[in-house]
Design a protein around this ligand. Structure first.
Ligand SMILES: Nc1ncnc2c1ncn2[C@@H]1O[C@H](COP(=O)(O)OP(=O)(O)OP(=O)(O)O)[C@@H](O)[C@H]1O
Length: 233
């Protein structure tokens, strides 16, 4: 069994009489330690996929497993634990607590986990040892995203889920964040799933999943993943 498995997963939203199948039979798998890029146009179902994998949304039918556990059968209580312990999230707009310093933001996340990593050490890993005592408003967008990544990593999660993590950043800063995520995957062996509408990012993935109209159009291993630092788009 693969580390991540989606088997014929559907997610139907009902809006009055109208039904929207945001996921319309998604099937794919990914292995532990892979840098997985999920790519597709707007409205394809990428966020829906990530939310279901992260336990933020449930599927209407099908099965989702992570590390041998069928999360699609989890109760609300199990899902809370799963989100808290097993998943690190990185969002497009960082979502930091504005009245806490960088260090306190990372410590906050570690406090809900039984085996967190040292917050200061993780901040150093993402290149922010000199900015630990700054508040988010005193940091650039790229630095805030680094804090958000440190916060997710400090939980020592099984899976790092990133929803358009470079979407709010300029080209150069976005590239540095991509490099950080790829390096993190390589050095810590963490499984990273990144969703994007930018198909150029597929070049640096270990595994590429193309999503179209609620379905997985293709899922393949990239035989020669490039370095994020060399990526041009
Ligand atoms: N809560 C919801 N209620 C109704 N429809 C929804 C809901 N969430 C998503 N959808 C619909 O499901 C489809 C897939 O949406 P989703 O956000 O997963 O796409 P996406 O690929 O992430 O798009 P984007 O890149 O624009 O964020 C879209 O047609 C969207 O309108």
């Amino acid at each position: 069994m693969a580390f991540v498995e989606f088997n014929d997963v559907r997610k139907v939203y009902k809006m009055g009489e109208v039904e929207v199948a945001a996921a319309d039979g998604m099937t794919f798998s990914a292995e532990a330690g892979e840098f997985v890029v999920v790519v597709g146009p707007s409205g394809a179902g990428k966020t829906t996929l990530l939310n279901m994998l992260g336990g933020m949304d449930s599927c209407t039918s099908g099965t989702i497993t992570l590390d041998g556990r069928e999360i699609s059968r989890f109760t609300e209580r199990q899902l809370t634990q799963y989100r808290r312990l097993d998943i690190g999230f990185v969002f497009q707009f960082y979502n930091l607590v504005q009245n806490l310093t960088a260090l306190e933001n990372v410590e906050l996340a570690s406090q809900i986990c039984p085996h967190p990593l040292d917050a200061a050490q993780v901040l150093a890993q993402v290149g922010l040892s000199h900015r630990m005592d700054n508040f988010p408003a005193q940091l650039s967008g790229g630095e805030q995203q680094r804090v958000a990544i440190a916060r997710a990593l400090a939980k020592n999660p099984k899976l790092l889920l990133c929803d358009e993590p470079t979407g709010a950043l300029d080209y150069k800063t976005g590239k540095a964040i991509l490099k950080l995520l790829q390096d993190t995957c390589r050095t810590t062996g963490k499984t990273v799933v990144l969703i994007t509408h930018n198909s150029a990012f597929a070049d640096i993935a270990d595994r590429v999943i193309h999503v179209r109209e609620g379905r997985v159009a293709s899922c393949y291993i990239n035989p020669h993943p490039g370095n994020a630092a060399d990526l041009e788009w």
